[in-house]
Design a protein. Structure first.
Length: 202
């Protein structure tokens, strides 16, 4: 096998592992498969349903406002202020109590990462990166970029709290909504049906 072809297969393997972590978790035996959370939680099913619908709308409005702001100049601190203001206004229009939607999206994102922390895909990705760093068949630029992407993903997940630090009801409820919430995050800004295609190709 030529060095170029081998590099291609290594690169594809890295992308496949990232996709596996992003789109495919095996829940069997990890949590209860009940249809509803059995213990009290700090958020409700209605809130999760609503944030899944409202977050992409708020984010789209925020990105549009930031694009307009950047077109006339501005600063990083200004962008942060615009972002906070637009999101607060959008969530208010969508019927959220002050600050609740912002807190909830951040909390659910952290909870999602804590769940990913316990997946087989997460362990596999860490093992792959350790060995991939030693590979000399891939260009330095490509390897550096892929390692940086994997490293950022792993750091984000590794820094998330252990599941026993959350109320049990929160974990149960997030597991029930994991696929939809996760698809909302990874599918934003991508063509319609992107997440479904990735899941079907596993």
């Amino acid at each position: 096998m030529s060095k170029g072809l081998f590099a291609f297969f290594i690169s594809v393997a890295g992308s496949a592992l990232i996709a596996a972590l992003a789109f495919g978790l095996d829940w069997e035996g990890l949590f209860s498969d009940t249809d509803a959370a059995q213990t009290p939680s700090s958020f409700t099913t209605a809130e999760v349903e609503k944030i899944i619908e409202d977050w992409p709308i708020a984010l789209t409005a925020t990105e549009r406002a930031l694009t307009e702001y950047r077109a006339i100049g501005g600063s990083r601190s200004g962008e942060a202020a615009v972002s906070r203001g637009i999101q607060a206004n959008m969530y208010s229009r969508q019927g959220w109590d002050r600050g609740r939607a912002e807190f909830l999206i951040s909390y659910l994102f952290m909870l999602r990462n804590s769940i990913l922390k316990y997946s087989d895909q997460h362990r596999t990705l860490g093992y792959f990166m350790e060995h991939y760093q030693q590979n000399s068949a891939v260009s330095v630029e490509l390897k550096s970029w892929q390692i940086d992407q994997i490293d950022q993903l792993l750091k984000q997940i590794n820094k998330s709290p252990d599941l026993n630090e959350y109320p049990p009801g929160d974990v149960e409820l997030m597991v029930l909504y994991f696929d939809r919430f996760h698809a909302m995050l990874v599918g934003y800004g991508r063509p319609p049906g992107f997440v479904a295609q990735q899941q079907a190709s596993r």
